[in-house]
Design a binder for this molecule. Structure first.
Ligand SMILES: Cc1ncc(COP(=O)(O)O)c(C=O)c1O
Ligand code: FES
Length: 519
């Protein structure tokens, strides 16, 4: 393993081009190569992360830095050795005959030493978070080694160079939604952005406007922020959704009052993938002169969004949902006509005075690169995700007594939520430990409460309890989808065979006609 001096000039650069790879081969001896093959994107691109030091840098053996690519290669070797040694990651009771979850994607294998959680399952929890794109990491590394200036320092080149990178990132983030870079505020993520909007807008208008409108199927951070405003004397209308998960536009229009300061409706739901009619909502809000905010944590870069065309005044973004780093996100705040909000934080007045505090340039730059990749690869990502999603939906719905939750027509295909009647969701999740899944949002996954989103769609507790969310992303492979369909089909059948209810259904008994004795 090669070791490098931790110097400000250590750089990790990426290339998808054979020519530049070849040219790097001629670099002086301080070069390590490790190819990361990302197999499932349209063009089967070959990404290469190549670590190189400046020729002028001296190696000092005592101060060593292990590079990302070395770690990845070591992890891959460990993973391969481990999976070769393992007979099967499941117990004997497994009803799947062939299990091979090892090395299904390069990112799956790109991992560190044993953390005590055994062989890693197939990753299908893309709504909780997405794996970091290696190209994003490449962009971030130079900030963690050499480019350490404070982007707000205006008196020297350390500050200027970081500032430039931050502003480039801002351009990339803005471009994806048709915004001006000046309208993007960097935050720690969508939770903060949503809080900024709900608390900030209502507090700014508190003397004249005391009413907020949102929906029942929002992410918890929106619901809780809105509830917090009730304690500050505001009234909140939580709009219902229909059985498809969509709001009723007439209901929205009727709910708007002269003292309404904000309408907040999410773009893509994190549990069921349903897309709300953003353009229509924007038109109503514009007509009624009310600000329109959308939580686009699950939508940004994944569906087409244009803040001007859709009359969106505020839009929340999260970087870790688009293959970028965690702990960074953004808020679009319209400048013309100017949207007013009170900042949550007092301080140095960074980010147009709306978000004080020193920015985190490695995160900002990684976020910017992730946004640029979403822009550049929108079509190929979409085509890839749609194809795998169609296959997954078809495979799962081929099972009896299953149904897709949420609208089939207005949905982001990377989020598939299916109910498996007569199977208890938690038991199914337990039986699927070779697949990383969730029955709902990550922050509520520790509770066994049925999903409030599925409740809002009119699903009863039992069906809400037997629902599972599948997330497909840029790095999901067809092989993984095939595996998931097979595993789910066999294990649902297995669990149903153990269920007395299922036996009754097979005998043709109408379960609704039964009076169960309570206790
Ligand atoms: C719809 C939605 N809003 C907000 C968030 C919170 O985002 P972050 O993790 O960036 O705070 C999430 C993430 O789970 C989400 O799915
Ligand atoms: S914070 Fe991500 S699902 Fe709740």
């Amino acid at each position: 393993m090669l070791r490098y001096t931790a110097t400000p000039f250590l750089r990790l650069s990426s290339s998808s081009c054979a020519a530049s790879l070849a040219s790097r081969r001629t670099l002086p001896s301080l070069v390590s190569r490790s190819n990361i093959i990302i197999p499932n994107t349209k063009n089967k691109r070959l990404y290469s992360a190549v670590a190189a030091t400046s020729p002028a840098v001296k190696v000092a053996k005592d101060i060593s830095l292990e590079t990302h690519t070395d770690t990845q290669r070591a992890a891959k070797e460990t993973q391969e050795a481990r999976s070769a040694a393992a007979t099967t990651p499941l117990s004997k009771s497994s009803i799947i005959d062939e299990i091979d979850t090892s090395g299904t994607t390069a990112l799956n294998a790109a991992y560190q030493e044993n953390t005590g959680f055994g062989t890693r399952p197939i990753y299908m929890d893309m709504q909780a978070t997405t794996p970091t794109d290696p190209r994003v990491l490449d962009t971030m590394l130079k900030f963690l080694t050499g480019l350490y200036g404070n982007p707000h320092s205006n008196t020297h080149s350390y500050g200027w160079e970081t500032h430039k990178e931050v502003e480039d990132a801002r351009d990339h983030v803005a471009k994806l939604i048709g915004a001006n870079a000046k309208e993007i505020i960097f935050t720690s993520g969508a939770t903060e952005s949503n809080n900024m909007v709900i608390k900030g807008v209502s507090r700014f208008y508190k003397n004249t406007k005391k009413h907020i409108i949102t929906t029942r199927t929002e992410h918890k951070c929106v619901l809780e922020a809105a509830r917090a405003m009730i304690n500050e004397g505001f009234e909140v209308t939580f709009l219902n959704v229909d059985e498809q998960g969509l709001i009723n536009l007439k209901e929205l229009e009727d709910a708007i009052r002269p003292d309404t300061c904000l309408v907040s409706v999410m773009a893509v739901n994190n549990e069921i993938g349903v897309i709300q009619p953003l353009k229509e909502i924007g038109n109503i809000c514009k007509k009624k002169k009310v600000y329109f905010h959308t939580d686009a944590a699950q939508a940004y870069g994944k569906i087409k969004l244009d803040v001007n065309d859709m009359n969106i005044d505020l839009l929340s973004i999260s970087s870790h949902k688009i293959y970028g780093p965690m702990g960074i996100g953004g808020l679009y705040v319209r400048r013309r006509p100017r949207v007013r909000l009170e900042p949550l934080l007092s301080g140095g007045g960074q980010e147009r005075g709306l978000r004080s505090g020193t920015l985190a340039p490695p995160l900002v730059a990684g976020f910017g690169r992730a946004a640029k990749l979403m822009y550049d690869e929108f079509e190929s990502d979409h085509e890839h995700i749609k194809r795998l999603s169609d296959k997954l939906v078809k495979g799962l719905l081929a099972l009896d007594h299953t149904n897709l939750n949420g609208s089939a027509d207005h949905r982001y295909p990377g989020c598939v939520n299916v109910s498996f009647a007569y199977v208890e969701g938690e038991s199914l999740l337990m039986a699927l430990r070779d697949i990383a899944l969730s029955s709902g949002s990550a922050c509520t996954s520790a509770s066994l409460e049925p999903s409030y989103v599925l409740h809002a769609l009119g699903r009863d507790d039992v069906l809400a309890h037997s629902s599972i969310r599948f997330g497909i992303g840029r790095f999901t492979t067809e092989k993984e989808v095939d595996y998931v369909i097979k595993a789910i089909s066999e294990r649902v059948q297995f669990l149903r065979n153990l269920s007395p209810l299922w036996e009754m259904v097979q005998e043709g008994i109408d379960l609704d006609s039964i009076e169960w004795s309570g206790h």
